[in-house]
Design a protein around this ligand. Structure first.
Ligand SMILES: Nc1ncnc2c1ncn2[C@@H]1O[C@H](COP(=O)(O)OP(=O)(O)OP(=O)(O)O)[C@@H](O)[C@H]1O
Length: 200
């Protein structure tokens, strides 16, 4: 990995086994980068994020990465837990000590203050997404310098989209790097990775 790179993809093939969607993908992200990952449906954006996160194997090329936070399209919110319990679980994945004040602050940042004891099954789609995103308003590059975000803006209202875009910029300014998919415009991105350039 080049000096200070947070993420480096070198001639990476995106796909599953012999099913290759994109080839020779190169990308280097440094502290301060917010990269918008674009491409039509089914081109391999989620597959690439899964490969970077280590959830799928990479058979061709190399991926070098810093510790990361992955907010997947499947948010991993359990319907049988309360909002606060879900958030505590998500923080525990990153060894973040989440006391009550931290939970309250995170919920406040995503407009869910006071809903900590609510059963998550009662939440709307956008509110569930907000639980998944709440950790981003607490975590800094010291916890993990790389964020992988799969469709983070989906199902959010206009105000929350603006707030999240601002937060990504703050994280980058603190020394983090972000790789995020979105089918809508993403304010604040200084880089674009367009998978159409690598499609087979
Ligand atoms: N679990 C799976 N098993 C086999 N193939 C899969 C699986 N998940 C996705 N695929 C296939 O991999 C390809 C890429 O899917 P992927 O979800 O990475 O695309 P994407 O670019 O993120 O699409 P979208 O914009 O619709 O979210 C698709 O052809 C899809 O059918």
């Amino acid at each position: 990995m080049t000096h200070s790179a947070t993420l480096q993809l070198h001639q990476v093939a995106i796909g599953r086994g012999d099913f290759i969607l994109c080839d020779d993908v190169n990308l280097t992200l440094h502290a301060g980068d917010v990269c918008h990952l674009v491409g039509e449906n089914g081109l391999g954006k989620t597959t690439l994020l899964n490969q970077i996160a280590g959830l799928l194997p990479t058979t061709h090329g190399t991926i070098t990465k810093s510790p990361l936070v992955y907010v997947s399209h499947q948010l991993g919110i359990s319907p049988v837990l309360t909002v606060a319990q879900n958030l505590r679980f998500l923080f525990s994945l990153y060894d973040v000590q989440a006391d009550n004040d931290t939970i309250d602050t995170a919920l406040d940042m995503v407009g869910l203050y006071g809903l900590g004891d609510t059963s998550s099954v009662q939440l709307s789609a956008g509110q569930k997404r907000r639980i998944g995103l709440a950790r981003l308003f607490i975590m800094t590059p010291t916890h993990a310098p790389l964020w992988l975000l799969d469709e983070p803006l989906t199902a959010l209202d206009v105000a929350m989209v603006a707030k999240l875009e601002k937060r990504m910029g703050e994280f980058a300014n603190m020394g983090g790097a972000v790789l995020a998919t979105s089918h809508q415009a993403m304010q604040g991105a200084n880089r674009v990775l367009d998978l159409a350039e690598f499609a087979l």
